[in-house]
Design a protein around this ligand. Sequence first.
Ligand code: SAM
Length: 336
Amino acid sequence: MLKNMSEDSAIAQPEFADTALSEDFSEDCSKALSENSEAGESSANQPFFHVPVLADLVIEGLQIKPNGHYLDATVGGAGHAQLILQAAPDVTLVALDQDLQALAAAKSRLAEYGDRVSFCHTNFSNYAVKSRPFDGILADIGVSSTQLDQADRGFSFRAEAPLDMRMDSTQALTAAEIVNHWDEKTLADMIYAYGEDRLSRRIARQIVEKRPFHTTTELAGAIAHAYPAKARHGRIHPATRSFQALRIAVNHELDVLEQLLAKAPDWLNPGGRLAIISFHSLEDRIVKYAFRGDDRLQIVTKKPLVATREEIRENKRSRSAKLRIAERHLPMKPMP
Ligand SMILES: C[S@@+](CC[C@H](N)C(=O)[O-])C[C@H]1O[C@@H](n2cnc3c(N)ncnc32)[C@H](O)[C@@H]1O
């Protein structure tokens, strides 16, 4: 994604499939999940709580049908997944997540649906359909509120924590690796491209001068110092954009989204729908142009669907959510 990276940035290449779990691309990875449940449960003793955004629009947009087969590519706290399973009789669902802890929580929340749900620990970009295609696919991308709120995972600069930011804790690349080892130009390009911060060069210089960093709060303090004193106390914290950029880089978020959009139309039955929820303009732009340029798909939502004022009042996170839906073309009728 970053075009001008130096050779050192080879470290930014995806390295998801480095565990036995991620290599198991079978439809049902439940066995692998239970074998690794310790990893899923040990990192925090916090309940996994996430309010699904744009829930009615997602369920209506996917046109869930009885006996339908669906993919939730980002099951998280299983809010959307549960609504999909409840929307029509005898629905079956494959649930993916790259976060073992999220998957363990989803498994427990969806236990009542028994073998109508199968779980798979994988990055959605590595997923491959082994059996029948889907009638609908949902990807509610990015991090969940739970991941953001778990201080020890290092997504937030508001709590002191190791510089981690991995959604998949089995992945090798962490925020510490990027901050402490990438060269100045690559850091600046990353902060500019993924955080859209105009002070990216000054921030990268500060980082290189002051490193090594061990914690989120140390890093946030150094980033704040790259800002002119007057601008340090604005509406948003000076580290906000750089932390977003780091999270995107650690998890290769834009690259994996592009890979999903390239593959997912082939996972659908004709007439099946692909629904993507994104949370910032970089992602929404990727979805918009991928849908437009894909002759396997017909766009259902000309403009992205967004939350009502009421939903925003109840769930602030829905403020920036954008839902786009496209439908797999029906097969062409043979010429008479
Ligand atoms: C916004 S939450 C989804 C919440 C869910 N829709 C619900 O109702 O609870 C996003 C989830 O997707 C997972 N995720 C993000 N990117 C992923 C990817 N590339 N592959 C697999 N899972 C991913 C995260 O770990 C997180 O649990």
